[in-house]
Design a protein around this ligand. Structure first.
Ligand SMILES: NC(=O)c1ccc[n+]([C@@H]2O[C@H](COP(=O)([O-])OP(=O)(O)OC[C@H]3O[C@@H](n4cnc5c(N)ncnc54)[C@H](O)[C@@H]3O)[C@@H](O)[C@H]2O)c1
Length: 269
């Protein structure tokens, strides 16, 4: 599928850890569609992940940056515009981590230092990326920023813990910063609310396999794959969606608007 939808466009992809990562698939699709990219992840992920393999495959440089550090982000964005020889056209923010969820802390026994880390890594980092780019005037007119969310921002899912608050905050930043950036430079900011997906971050949620199976049975189209999420990212980075901004777009096979399905109902007969 090579349509050159991103020909001439240059962007930064945050969050490719291994081949299961949503960001990994997005990077592959960007490359297929003629886009140029720089890959970035936290220093520890660069040491432990397989990002070099991806870098070779999609002909991308890799620049280390902790997305909670404004100094790291400033260096990343400055180096990127220098290497590209111009402004950035698209950014994927595909970052999420909750120390409370990782350490299996229940929602009623939360560690508040971890809570702040969850919000900083999984939500405020989007603000930091946007603010850094905004102040450096690093994104071209009509550029596009996409982040990844989950429906726990709207509905309660036990086991998702404090990531629910992080996603609610993330979607709010999409609207608030999206407004400011539209006015400044017609830059678009959107989130994709993705189905449960078998990745490192996803599997950190307790009983994730059951969670995944439930969503797959409720959604009339079934769970949305990583590939379909990457396709939606390409559409949002492209010039085909120039008037789409400040939206939370569900890539979930219809899960969010389905109350009950025959497949699930069968299980109670
Ligand atoms: N997997 C799912 O079921 C699912 C569903 C909906 C939304 N999402 C969201 O998709 C996004 C990507 O997650 P994924 O499922 O591909 O898992 P993943 O574990 O492959 O990706 C998460 C990434 O966040 C990076 N990260 C963590 N802390 C960071 C920091 N301080 N600075 C920079 N990067 C940091 C990790 O290194 C990793 O690459 C997350 O926002 C996640 O919440 C995932």
């Amino acid at each position: 599928m090579a349509n050159d939808l991103l020909k001439g466009k240059k962007g930064i992809i945050f969050g490719a850890l291994d081949e299961k990562s949503i960001a990994w698939k997005v990077a592959e699709r960007v490359y297929e569609q003629g886009g140029k990219l720089i890959l970035t992840n936290a220093p520890i992920a660069l040491r432990m992940g397989k990002i070099n393999e991806l870098g070779e495959k999609v002909n991308a440089e890799i620049i280390s940056a902790d997305a909670t550090s404004t100094e790291d982000l400033e260096a990343l964005i400055n180096q990127s515009t220098e290497k590209f020889g111009g402004k950035i056209d698209f950014i994927l923010h595909s970052i999420g981590m909750s120390p409370n969820v990782r350490k299996k802390k229940s929602y009623t026994d939360i560690n508040y230092d971890y809570y702040l880390k969850t919000l900083d890594i999984s939500a405020i980092s989007l603000h930091k990326v946007l603010q850094t780019a905004f102040n450096l005037d690093a994104i071209s007119e009509g550029g596009s920023v996409v982040t990844l969310s989950y429906i726990a921002a709207q509905k309660t899912f036990p086991g998702y813990g404090d990531m629910a608050e992080a996603k609610a905050m993330l979607e709010s930043i999409v609207r608030s910063f999206g407004y400011q950036y539209a006015i400044k430079n017609k830059v678009r900011v959107n989130s994709i609310s993705q189905s449960p997906t078998m990745t490192t971050a996803g599997s950190g949620v307790t009983d994730f396999d059951k969670f995944y199976a439930f969503a797959d049975k409720l959604a009339p189209l079934g769970n949305a794959s990583t590939e379909s999420c990457a396709d939606l990212c390409i559409a949002l980075f492209s010039d085909l969606t120039k008037m789409v901004t400040m939206q939370n777009i569900y890539n979930d096979g219809g899960f969010s608007t389905t109350g009950m399905s025959e497949k699930l109902f069968e299980m109670f007969k």
